[in-house]
Design a protein around this ligand. Structure first.
Ligand code: NAP
Ligand code: MG
Length: 498
């Protein structure tokens, strides 16, 4: 059993002040209670205690937010000088850093992630804004050379897509918000953001910073509320031009259907069941911590988490032993305790879902090499769990668990196409990693893997420049990098007969 750390230290004053303030919706530059006047509770998953009540936005609030976003879009935001948008985005990045301690505490308190991760989230949110800010003045159309007889000046314009609805999950709330916000702002779109019901707090705090940075009213709107009401209203809204969604594949399929009403653009970043493939020559001093973090960081609540581990039979036992030893060093506990390296799952529901998956795996014939239990706590903790004796048709191997559960399988094949087949034997295709010192194997297999991101001797490089998204049922489109601009802009071709 992994050691539990002690109770959390007191919150900083700024965090306490925010928690005890009103948590209204942000619509058209004003904080407001929802039209229905209702609120909902939000929890600390490490204790199960209520930490705040936030406004519950519904369809009528979404409608107001869309109107505000439309007005801001048509009223000049789309036509602002790129350098002005760039400056505002830099200002927001600076404010995020200046309030980084508060944001990190709120993220940890609401999501459960250890403070070292929420601090990393703060700095990567600021980095993402700065990286995307640069594109505001650098994205452009191109001139074209038609073969049609005549003399032509033909070119493309790259224009913002318009009003964007963004629906995000609870596993990395601040980063998910900024992954949507940054490209929208850079390209001149306006946005309505609906955070997950479990984790509204950092999005609301970010809303305050957006106002402080001086963005025109209505450019960024934040509607806290539930998926089935606020989320669905946003995805169905006839005056939303694009929906950007991150979450489960099941909900992603609904979003795609809702979007057909007005044929709004859709980008989807969905689930995963990502393989990690370890060859006999893998650099184990790097691989063991890499595999362990790849599987268990943020308690496995990472869409790109490595959840299927394929290890060459000749080193299988050694790798199991080493991964288990590495994982047993995690300190489970309240994320605000600086000793903690693994926090709780986000909710009771998620905890029970993970426990149920592990039970099903054991019933199907898996053996628990480590974990498979919850420590005694009021919080929603689950032990890092390593399952062996797995088989391809088991639910634990096929479905996204979104918890600290790693399924390991040995392979004997030397043939790369057989190994690729193992790795690709999933309806998902978000990420994969290959652990070897053989550059030929690494490059050949990278090409054969059907996934949007491949790591070699690293599980995933989380950096603003790296496009991120899924093959197969892991989604549509690529976020981050230059590629995300395609999701938030559209091309107009203009032909001038000279
Ligand atoms: P989810 O349903 O996909 O939630 C993601 C976002 O979509 C949330 O903001 C949610 O709102 C919203 N939503 C839900 N139903 C909606 C609808 N009908 N129309 C519009 N928006 C809707 O995920 P979840 O229910 O929180 O978690 C379920 C499972 O999904 C997890 O166990 C995990 O396996 C997976 N998951 C994957 C990712 C990922 O990044 N791949 C992220 C989160 C969850 P509410 O918060 O109000 O539900
Ligand atoms: Mg939900």
């Amino acid at each position: 059993m992994t050691a539990m750390t002690s109770p959390p230290p007191a919150l900083a004053q700024a965090t306490q002040a925010f928690l005890s303030s009103d948590h209204g919706l942000l619509i058209g530059g004003a904080r407001q209670t929802g039209q229905a006047g209702s609120t909902f509770e939000t929890f600390d998953p490490a204790t199960g205690q209520v930490i705040a009540r936030v406004a519950e936005g519904r369809a009528e609030d979404v409608d107001l937010a869309v109107k505000a976003a439309r007005k801001a879009f048509e009223g000049g935001w789309a036509g602002t000088m790129p350098i002005e948008r760039e400056k505002l985005m830099w200002r927001l990045a600076e404010l995020i850093e200046a309030h980084g301690d508060t944001l990190a505490e709120l993220e940890t308190l609401n999501n459960g992630m250890p403070l070292f991760l929420s601090k990393f989230s703060v700095s990567s949110a600021a980095d993402m804004l700065r990286y995307m800010a640069g594109w505001a003045s650098k994205m452009a159309g191109e001139t074209l050379n038609p073969s049609t007889p005549g003399e032509w000046h033909a070119f493309t314009l790259r224009e913002p897509v318009g009003v964007v609805g963004a629906i995000i999950p609870w596993n990395a709330p601040l980063n998910m918000a900024v992954w949507k916000l940054a490209p929208a702002l850079a390209t001149g779109c306006t946005i309505i953001l609906k955070p997950a019901e479990q984790t509204p707090l950092t999005a609301l705090f970010l809303g305050q910073l957006v106002q402080e940075a001086g963005f025109p009213e209505g450019v960024v709107n934040i509607i806290t509320g539930f998926g089935e009401t606020a989320g669905a209203a946003l995805a169905q809204h006839p005056d939303v031009d694009k929906i950007a969604f991150t979450g489960s594949t099941g909900t992603g399929k609904k979003i795609a259907q809702y979007a057909t009403g007005n044929m709004k653009r859709v980008s989807l970043e969905l689930g995963g069941k990502s393989p990690m493939i370890v060859f006999p020559d893998a650099p184990l001093e790097k691989a063991i911590p890499g595999l362990t973090m790849g599987a268990f960081v943020n308690s496995g609540q990472v869409c790109a988490a490595g959840t299927r581990l394929f290890v060459h039979a000749s080193i299988f036992d050694q790798v199991m032993e080493s991964v288990a030893a590495q994982a047993s060093k995690f300190k489970l506990g309240h994320g605000l305790d600086p000793q903690t390296t693994l926090g709780p799952l986000v909710s009771r529901q998620q905890h029970d879902r993970v426990a149920d998956f592990v039970r099903s795996g054991l019933a199907d014939g898996c053996a628990a090499y480590m974990g498979a239990s919850s420590p005694d706590s009021a919080g929603y903790f689950y032990e890092p769990t390593l399952l062996v004796n797995t088989a391809r048709d088991m639910r634990v191997v096929r479905e996204e668990i979104f918890g600290p559960v790693l399924c390991a399988t040995p392979f004997e094949d030397e043939d790369l196409s057989a190994i690729a087949q193992l790795a690709n034997d999933t309806e998902y295709g978000l990420a994969a990693s290959i652990w070897t010192q053989n550059i030929s194997i690494a490059h050949k297999l990278s090409k054969m893997i059907k996934a949007g991101s491949v790591g070699v001797n690293t599980h995933i490089l989380n950096d603003a420049v790296m496009p991120f998204g899924g093959f197969k049922q892991s989604g549509w489109g690529r976020e981050k990098g230059r590629e995300v601009l395609d999701l938030y802009t559209q091309i107009k071709s203009v032909a001038v007969s000279l």
